[in-house]
Design a protein around this ligand. Sequence first.
Ligand SMILES: [Fe+2]
Length: 342
Amino acid sequence: MTTLLPRPATGPSVFGAVHLGYVVVETERFTEWHRFGADAIGLHVDELDRDTMRFRMDDRECRFLLRRGPAEDLVGAGWQVDDHETFDEILSRVADRSVPVTEGTAEECALRGVERLWRFPGPKGISTEIFTRARTTAAPLKMLNSAFVTGAAGMGHLAITTKRPDELRSYYNTVFDARITDFIDENISGLTLKIRFLRVNERHHSIAVANVNGVRIDPIRTSIQHMNIQIETLDDLLASFERVTDLGFAMAWSVGQHTNDRELSYYSVTPSGFELEVGWNPVVITPELESTWDPSTYQGISIWGHKPVGETVVTKMAQFQGALRSLREREVVVSELSEVRR
Ligand SMILES: [Fe+2]
């Protein structure tokens, strides 16, 4: 039996004042990412120099920062916080537990399109970066979609496979007062893949945490299994699905609908190997729903569709070879922010 320690911070809750603002990807595959971002998904692409590329989805200067490097992975997540009180509260929780916090340089801030940022370690090596003000641009959006849903709900969500689900849950509880929205159990080869969905604002989940129940395996190479962005219209969702397929990019799951947040989506494979879920119309947890929300457990990931096209998280989690390798590897945990009582 595992029990999460109550958050010892005495300050106000920061729930609702935190929004996923941008992600940082390290890659060598600039040509593929450009084609994937601009021509397949239909994002606005800005090439800054040989080693730096950015994607826009709205009037923000940066939603994806791609920088040259060997990781082929998502290495950082930028979280916007609404005000300086929230900002100070989060930083004091981190600093009080002796976790190192560093301020981003002027160059790092400029690349991410924010005024200032502070960085501290996150689970699975994903840096947590927090900022209050993002830079917008009047330069017109050149993209193949009419719009993406960002705003109060943030730009989407991250889904993370882990051997240490309690620690991940605890980390986002400690830092952002994340609440459990619901759970999904999916059976794979006699094992149960358990997914916990965490929200930090009106978005049904900004973080999903997936693990195989009772077994410490994680055969996913990358820090996240997928990230999600939300497209505004169904027409755009279907057109982008066609483009991804027509251009020859790998698809993991075709269009389907999730049991819990009812989002319609497909899962494409990015040039770095993690997946990009493009979704439409998920349930929004309005203040009225928030006041009486009670987490439930759903059986299975999808109501319909999401047909596996290639290897999926479900087949991968059941793979013996990858699982064996993951047994030997230590997962990065920020233990000071992830206290779990056993
Ligand atoms: Fe997702």
